[in-house]
Design a binder for this molecule. Structure first.
Ligand code: MN
Length: 130
């Protein structure tokens, strides 16, 4: 059965854990989204420059430049600042959540994420297609 209720969008998942990357890809592609993947901040930048995503799912803990630093970098760039960034992190403390918002994230999804609800969780952060 095809799920028709969700508009197809381009989503970049920045996540250094390959198993998590594959899980996110499987869940979102099943919903009809186009999924771009990056394992690091530098990979994320080259993906974004190649194809602009409608939304970025951002793992906070990355090797090298972390997800908060990458989010700040994107939000400082007028070209990329409008793309909503949703943090995905195992950190569950309120202060960590505030760090994500302060860096410019539109929201926060706790890890481990629920594969049944991930699609609905990101939907609220996708701007309506014009
Ligand atoms: Mn990570």
């Amino acid at each position: 059965m095809r799920i028709e209720s969700i508009q197809t969008r381009v989503i970049l998942a920045v996540e250094d854990n390959e198993a998590n990357r594959m899980l996110i890809q499987a869940v979102l592609e099943r919903l009809g989204h186009v999924v771009l993947l990056a394992g690091s901040a530098s990979e994320a930048i080259s993906r974004i420059e190649h194809r602009r995503p409608d939304l970025i799912l951002m793992d906070i803990q990355l090797p090298g430049q972390d997800g908060l630093a990458l989010t700040r970098r994107l939000k400082a760039d007028p070209e990329f600042a409008p793309i909503p960034v949703v943090a995905i992190t195992a950190h569950a403390m309120a202060s960590d959540r505030q760090d994500c918002l302060d860096a410019g994230c539109a929201g926060y999804i706790a890890k481990p994420f629920n594969t049944r609800t991930l699609g609905a969780q990101i939907q609220e952060f996708l701007q309506p297609a014009s």
